[in-house]
Ligand binder design. Structure first.
Ligand code: FPP
Length: 247
């Protein structure tokens, strides 16, 4: 009998959900129809992630640069966030999913901020999948906030310059409580990070697929995980060193 291949699951998956606009355009639909379909994809993906017991997923829902899109699209996206949270949060809660948001929520409408806060507090004690939603987030913004916090502590003499190290910087960033992403998935064919989790993806395996986000499904997530499980993660060491420690 053949032994089953061992699939090493990623602990934390970061996702850039790209391609909604092109998906809609190719069907002669308005861009927002692509985003609506994208929410359905996210829902199915979360169901699958719960089934296969992933620990953490961090999705890029809205970057700080996305404010530059046409006002109509931004407004429709904001409405979609509110309606998606209102319609999905109970089910997420029933599935033991903990929802948290990273990014500057203070720039959102009060209504959206309330939905965000309510989703977080309703699900805060859940112990299953952690779903982090990056909204009004960017990697450089995150790093600048960390630098400001460290500079303030130095100014107030509660910290010395020599105390600055990777651990300290990580502790000042969004996702400080989470392990760095193991796997980064970007749909939609572009091969870039787009100012996402810049510090946190230093050693993340990067997976790009042509599939547009609304067409991404459980099978595609499994393919990405399968690809990940075949990667040799060296973290700066040589392949030989790793093989020695494995034997
Ligand atoms: C990028 O595709 C997608 C977005 C900017 C929005 C993604 C948001 C969702 C799927 C909704 C998530 C909802 C919640 C509540 C977490 P694009 O518009 O850049 O597509 P294109 O590259 O084809 O133009």
């Amino acid at each position: 009998m053949n032994a089953k291949p061992i699939i090493t699951k990623p602990d934390h998956v970061a996702i850039v959900m790209d391609g909604n606009g092109r998906w809609a355009k190719s069907r002669g639909l308005p861009r927002v129809a692509g985003h609506r379909s994208g929410v359905k994809t996210l829902r199915k993906l979360i169901e699958h992630a719960v089934r296969i017991e992933l620990n953490t997923i961090t999705v890029y829902a809205f970057s700080r640069e996305n404010w530059q899109r046409p006002k109509k699209e931004v407004d429709l996206l904001m409405d979609l966030f509110i309606s998606a949270l209102e319609s999905e949060v109970e089910d997420l809660h029933k599935n033991n999913v903990r929802v948290t948001f990273i990014g500057d929520r203070s720039e959102f409408s009060n209504k959206l901020q309330n939905s965000i806060n309510q989703s977080e507090s309703l699900t805060s004690l859940n112990s299953g999948l952690c779903l982090n939603v990056a909204a009004n987030y960017s990697g450089r913004w995150d790093i600048i906030k960390a630098i400001q916090s460290i500079a303030q502590e130095i100014e107030s003499k509660t910290l010395a310059v020599d105390d600055i190290n990777e651990k300290l910087v990580s502790s000042k960033l969004s996702l400080a409580d989470y392990k760095d992403p193991d796997l980064f998935i970007r749909t939609g064919g572009e091969q870039r990070i787009s100012n996402y989790l810049l510090w946190q993806t230093a050693y993340t395996e990067l997976y790009f697929t042509e599939t547009l986000w609304p067409d991404f499904d459980a099978k595609q997530l499994d393919l990405a995980i399968d690809w990940f499980s075949k990667r040799q993660r060296r973290f700066g060491k040589t392949a030989e060193q790793l093989e020695q420690t494995q034997n």
